[in-house]
Ligand binder design. Structure first.
Ligand SMILES: Nc1ncnc2c1ncn2[C@@H]1O[C@H](COP(=O)(O)OP(=O)(O)OP(=O)(O)O)[C@@H](O)[C@H]1O
Ligand SMILES: [Mg+2]
Length: 262
């Protein structure tokens, strides 16, 4: 059965998509059959692997629209061996609105488990399923929590980080209680770490408040990540010896080994 890992946090621009893409790439390159699932209407993970969502015939949005549709009809092979993607589309915003309407209707089926139903038949096909989520604790992200075995929270080493982490932990606890009792929290990965006092202060504050959760492995800020993003390729293949790449390789190994801080 696939191990399903949701990458998420409420805050935007903190490297969720970079983390999901690079961790998925490392796991795939290690020989595991891996699926990257993009449920963000911005479709950054989809674009990041070289696909234009507007040019795709079928995306995950079609699977939300038609629960009987075979999910394999939306899945694409990527340039990276063993890595497939279930791409996103901007029209996911309409699905998000529809889920809100559905939730308010007591006679309608609960929309919180739609993604779990989509991924169900894929559990036997993949070793790992990595889900990239939008910068919001919306229905899409809560679907990703309901569908996952574990959550990796992303926190950038910048201002206003703590509130996003706190709200994400609350959403995790709520989803675990109401939908997914076996959901676990792998930890908090600090990204975009700079060698500045401001960055160190954010890391120190997170370590003080969440000593058991903050991963000791951080991801350094590096222009190579931006360069790779623009070239629509993960930094781990663009520049494998870069500091950020080495960090992502260690985080991916932690996830593959089911470990935290070891
Ligand atoms: N370690 C890093 N060093 C330098 N730039 C980075 C790093 N990680 C991410 N970035 C850059 O920061 C920007 C945001 O990253 P990314 O898209 O992964 O964040 P996100 O959390 O998924 O954003 P959103 O909330 O919009 O989905 C991108 O331009 C990306 O290239
Ligand atoms: Mg993103």
């Amino acid at each position: 059965m696939a191990r399903v890992v949701t990458i998420g946090t409420k805050k935007g621009g903190v490297a969720k998509s970079a983390t999901a893409t690079n961790v998925a790439a490392v796991i795939a390159l290690s020989g595991h059959s891996t699926l990257l699932v993009d449920i963000d209407q911005q479709a950054d993970a989809t674009t990041g692997l070289g696909f234009d969502p507007y040019q795709l015939d079928v995306t995950i949005n079609d699977l939300f629209a038609d629960p009987n549709r075979d999910p394999m009809t939306a899945i694409l092979e990527t340039a990276i061996e063993n890595l497939h993607i279930l791409p996103a589309h901007p029209s996911l915003s309409k699905t998000e609105t529809g889920m809100g309407i559905q939730r308010a209707d007591p006679g309608a089926p609960d929309p919180m488990t739609s993604l779990r139903a989509i991924l169900g038949p894929l559990g036997d096909r993949y070793d790992f399923i990595i889900i990239d989520t939008p910068p919001s604790l919306n229905y899409m992200t809560r679907n990703a929590l309901a569908a996952a075995d574990e959550l990796l929270i992303i926190a950038s080493a910048g201002a206003h980080t703590e509130n996003g982490v706190k709200a994400t932990i609350e959403a995790y606890e709520q989803t675990k209680r109401d939908y997914n009792p076996s959901l676990m929290l792998r930890g908090i990965l600090v990204t975009r770490m700079k060698r500045t006092n401001a960055s160190t202060a954010v890391l120190d504050a997170l370590m003080k408040d969440y000593p058991d959760l903050v991963l000791r492995q951080v991801i350094m800020e590096s222009t190579a990540v931006d360069e790779a993003t623009q070239l629509q390729e993960p930094v781990v293949t663009y520049d494998p010896n870069n500091g950020a790449s080495l960090g992502y390789i260690k985080v991916a190994k932690m996830i593959m080994g089911g470990r935290t801080n070891a």
